[in-house]
Design a binder for this molecule. Structure first.
Ligand code: RP5
Length: 165
């Protein structure tokens, strides 16, 4: 899946089974009009493609990579090892350990190769995309204004909340 224009954000995931969670990142990128691509790049089943994706990301103009994986989730860390493009890791919930395994696999990177790690699941996927938007907004005033507007709308939704009491 690719959105037109020069791709700025790459969204990768270890399996199509991660899509339910990772589509929340894609939804945010679409909302902000960020050109993106999304694809399966499995670290343990497609290691050659994973390396080539990471090695070519920067020269293709990609400014952030959002990488989601579950279980022994080495995809974000291994991609980060092969590129200086910032990597945002999303722990995908796993069947038996509910994503705590994914979270610890992604967040506990040894010193020297950072992976900015987000919450387990949908919130993490959406926040990874919002962080990518915020990063791009540091050099794009129109995008910064969109992000400010998004926050204002979000605040209003909270202010309008009514409790059933
Ligand atoms: C990981 O294994 C994927 O990121 C996914 O979360 C998990 C299960 O993959 P499938 O067995 O559903 O393909 O590599």
């Amino acid at each position: 899946m690719t959105q037109a224009n020069k791709v700025l954000v790459g969204v990768v995931m270890g399996s199509s089974s991660d899509w339910d969670v990772m589509q929340n990142a894609v939804a945010i990128l679409k909302e902000f009009g960020i050109p993106f691509e999304a694809q399966v790049v499995s670290a343990h089943r497609m290691p050659d493609e994973m390396f080539s994706y990471a090695e070519t990301a920067r020269e293709r103009g990609i400014r952030a990579i959002i990488a989601g994986a579950g279980g022994a989730a080495h995809l974000p860390g291994m991609i980060a090892a092969k590129t200086i493009v910032p990597v945002f890791g999303v722990p995908v919930p796993s069947k038996y350990l509910r994503g705590e395994d994914s979270l610890l696999s992604i967040v506990q990177m040894p010193k020297g190769i950072p992976v900015a790690t987000f919450a387990i699941g949908e919130a993490g996927a959406a926040n990874a995309a919002l962080a990518a938007v915020a990063m791009l907004a540091t050099t794009d005033e129109a995008l910064a204004q969109k992000l400010i507007d998004f926050r204002v709308r979000q605040t209003q939704v909270a202010r309008d909340m009514v409790l059933p009491v």
